[in-house]
Design a protein around this ligand. Sequence first.
Ligand code: UDP
Ligand code: MN
Length: 544
Amino acid sequence: MYKIGTNRNGLSRELTDPLLRLHSPGDPNVKLVFTVMKLMNPGVNGTAVILDLKKLPKEEAEKLQRSFEEREYSSYTSSLIPLQRSLPDVRLQGCHTLYSDPNLPETSVIIVFYNEHWSVLLRTVHSIMDNTPPHLIKEVILVDDASTDEVLKEPLKEYVSRFSKVQIVRAESRQGLIRARMMGFEQSTAPVAVFMDAHCECFPGWLEPLVTRIAENQSIVATPNIHGVDPKNFKINEWGQGRRLGIPVLTFPNLLFSWSLMSERERKKRRRETDPVRSPAMVGCVIAVSRSWFKKLGMFDPGLEIWGGENAELSIKTWLCGGGLEIIPCSNVAHMYHPHRPSDENRIRYMRNLARVANVWLDKFKHFTDNYDGSLADYGDISDRIALRDSLKCHPFEFYLTHVNPDQVIPGDGIYTGAVRNAEMTTLCLDAGDRAQEGSNKVLLYSCHGQGNQRWELTEHHEIRVGGECLDSGSEPDVVWKACHGQSGNQEWHVVRLDEHVFLQSNGYCVGVTKDKSALVLEKCQKSKLQMWTWKQNRKPRMS
Ligand code: UDP
Ligand code: MN
């Protein structure tokens, strides 16, 4: 038999509220599910809840499938997991004794939601309450972005009335996550605000490191190390820590979000694994910021609609306007990354949001985001945002490239760019060939035209790129291209200048042309015109 809300690590009380799960615990179907699936403490300590469709009673299997289709995550599975569940303590060694200051400022946690599933939303709230010293939480503000799910109206209000610090703010009409967060912020009063998605679970000790860092330096926007909650089985997936910590970055031309690893430069600056990590960008699902800094930065751009772009905006402006952005390794929160199925309309809104951010902040680099999609022309009036930027006397975007993320790849803005022409056979150029043709990744010598497969560029990271591919010396004596991996090694090239020519050097070998002049070859470097190339320098390296 099963027991609901069993005590785990002393965190939970027996929960008897009938609304704890949308299934009534007495429901014979639920009893059956627990029995056939042999569920004892589903989800305890962040474990997965695996439901075998073939073994489930048919009606329940249908509910499970439907729940996944409706919400992009399995709310059915979630509702079998207690609202209070323990998570493992994933903190790095050294974290436990670092944060003992008894005088940290209070925090308001702001959670916006739009039709989040009851159990997922409330698990977020419980996890905050269970894993935060009460004196650090001034209030938790739930902002209902005009959800249509009835259970999130009166029943939610009734449920959270047990928590004296939890309030609900309701938007009259759908505002989108950016303006909804600002509604919550306006309502909040503590000196530190944490914006958190409505599908998160906090690990023990998550808040103290964030607030400590902000108390030290109020213009730092602090984010936790974000782990994953599996959208199907709700397993807590621990993500990289230490050397494997994921670093959010922006990609160009369109400011989309991506992951990278810590740069060598940053690694060398830090003394301990527990030290904050400077980060060029943020995921956006958990953000801690001081009230005064967030206000000074003009909060989020209220012209950003529905979803997306606000994390790029805040990342760029905190760096350019005299602050910073850091991941605090001792703070850990799990976020449910769920697949997005935005409508066409919302996809366009998202790109428009990004175009807005680009046009306010990127200076001459914005032209790399211009016109890659004609629908972006209409990004609204940005004069207020430009005025804000001027009044704060923020750095030009160049500062981001020289001081924040010198490794930033901006297509078209390499150090050397364009065709790479042989000095001996001046009509022939390096050519990535037919990249669609399977099995052939050799780089060829081909008549120069300087377009597409011949538009090479050298990045700060010493890659020689063409599109998303990189020149690779790993198949010596052949010269090949492979997907860029950002890990240097066979993709690290040194472009050595000699007179008006350059040598392309990797692992001590140079790119040359075979004696019969038919193909490229990696060979010992020598002073031969066959190893010399003409390649146009576009700009100076940002860091030497
Ligand atoms: N959200 C909202 N209104 C919207 C869209 C999203 O309140 O119009 C909420 C959503 O419920 C979630 C947060 O904003 O709590 C972030 O959205 P989501 O999780 O979809 O973004 P992701 O984490 O996938 O980037
Ligand atoms: Mn989210």
